[in-house]
Structure formats: C-alpha cells, structure tokens
Design a protein around this ligand. Structure first.
Ligand code: ADP
Ligand code: MG
Length: 243
C-alpha cells in the first residue's frame, strides 16, 4: 500500500532577528497515496528546502510533515523510510552495479537469495539487467542515473523524492529519462514528489503540479488546470499559457 504525504502549514525561516529570511510560507500540500506530485518554480523559490524538510535534512520553523498519517518532524532521516534522488548521483565506485543496488538491503541484513531476487526485479524494471557486473566508471550518464534510481527503489521506500535528477543530462537523454521515470512510477506505485525548474518536465510528468514562487505555492492543480485555468498572471507566464 502506498503512503500519503501531508505537508501541513510549513514555514521555514533561515537566520535570526532582523536578518532572518522566510524561505517557505504556509505550504499546504496533501499528496495522495501513489501520486506523482511536481514542485515547479524558478531557482531559489524554496523547492530543495521543502524536500529537505520532508526528508528530515532540515526542520521546519512551523508545521508538520505527515507520512501515512504520522507526523515525522523531529524524526531522524533514516527512520523516515524515504529515498531521495539528486542530480549528482553518488554511486560507490568500487562496487558493481548489483552491489550498488543491493547495498541498503545488505545493511538491513536481507538474506543473499532474497537480495538477489530484489536486485534482479529492480534491474528488470530499469532495463539494466545486462549491466549488473559493471562498475560505475563503465557506465554512461543515463545508465548511472538508472542505477541511482535502482538503488533508491530496491529498499521499497514509503516515499520517493527527486530533486532535479535530470538537470545534468543532455536534452535527448533528459527526454528518455522522463519516460523512464514515468514508467518506474507506474510500476512501483510509490508516492513521489519531484522537483524541477523545467516547465515541460512538470507538465509531462505530473498528475498534479504545485507552482511555487518566493516560498509560496501559487497554484496546485492538474496540468490541465495550471495550463488552461492559471490562478494568476505569474502562473500563466511561467507555464506559458495561451493568453
Ligand atoms: P530552489 O531549490 O527552489 O532553487 P532553495 O530551497 O535551494 O531553492 O533555496 C531557497 C532560498 O533559501 C534561497 O534564497 C536560498 O538562498 C535560501 N537558503 C537555502 N538554504 C539556506 C541556508 N541553509 N541558510 C540560509 N539560506 C538558505
Ligand atoms: Mg534546488
């Protein structure tokens, strides 16, 4: 069963007193179990800060993060059962692809036979079954990104967080990987939040999209809502809606 994610009244302030800056203001987003939600907005609008708060890398100044109904604010990142994929994917250079994917499972002391089965399943999902014996240095950028996703997927997290995972790839590969991520989400059904500053990526990937600017959600809706019924001129201009 997929988990819900509720982002409730999140405020985030950096610094103290006169010099403090409010980076997130009253963010309220309820992500349905199994949904693929996009956070889109220009650089500096607070997307990574919000993901970090969900993952437990930073605490909010106010508000709650509820995963499957349970408030996780204050809980250590490793206890939140979340997998994160960034643009820079740090694979273990000395380990094979299979061992990279299975690393977290080994840490959890999953028996070898079961681990192998899980690695094979994930590799099939990502179409990297033929690469399992290679080292990261013997892979292309797109293949490395797949392995990074495989590693995150292997441990069947409750939540998947993506922070601009494709922004380092060239345009052609970016389009391919978009389709890959979509397929992966359909196959795994894991509740996901995907951050991007790319409007096209947002419109093609998301079931719903939150458009952010200056730490505030300007509109939350389906791609159709956002495009055809933008809430304000900012959203219309950012998404490029017909005027
Ligand atoms: P985005 O991911 O949308 O580009 P970020 O969440 O990285 O935006 O940053 C939002 C704002 O918060 C930016 O103005 C950034 O400079 C500021 N910021 C991020 N992290 C910190 C920090 N640790 N201390 C102070 N300001 C920060
Ligand atoms: Mg960012």
């Amino acid at each position: 069963m997929a988990s819900s994610l509720e982002i409730c009244g999140i405020n985030k302030r950096f610094g103290k007193g006169d010099k403090s800056v409010e980076v997130l203001q009253k963010i309220d987003i309820h992500v349905e179990p199994g949904e693929f939600l996009i956070l889109v907005g220009p650089s500096g609008c607070g997307k990574s800060t919000l993901l970090g708060i969900i993952a437990g890398l930073a605490e909010p100044t106010e508000g709650e993060i509820r995963i499957a109904g349970k408030n996780v604010v204050g809980m250590a990142p490793r206890d939140r059962d979340i997998a994160m994929v960034f643009q820079s994917y740090a694979l273990y250079p000395t380990l094979s692809v299979a061992d990279n994917i299975g690393f977290a499972l080994e840490m959890r002391k999953m028996p070898k036979a079961e681990r192998k089965k899980r690695i094979d399943e994930v590799a099939a999902m990502l179409q990297i079954g033929h690469l399992l014996d290679r080292r990261p240095s013997q892979l292309s950028g797109g293949q490395r990104q797949r392995v990074a996703m495989g590693r995150a997927l292997a441990r069947q997290p409750q939540l998947f967080l993506f922070d601009e995972p494709l922004s380092n790839l060239d345009a052609k590969l970016r389009v391919e990987m978009r389709a890959e991520i979509k397929r992966l989400h359909q196959a795994s059904g894991i509740t996901s939040v995907y951050v991007t500053h790319d409007q096209v990526e947002a419109m093609t990937l998301g079931s719903r999209i939150a458009v952010m600017k200056g730490g505030v959600v300007q509109q939350l809706g389906t791609p159709d809502d956002i495009y055809n019924r933008p809430a304000n001129t900012y959203v219309a201009t950012f998404i490029g809606s017909p005027t």
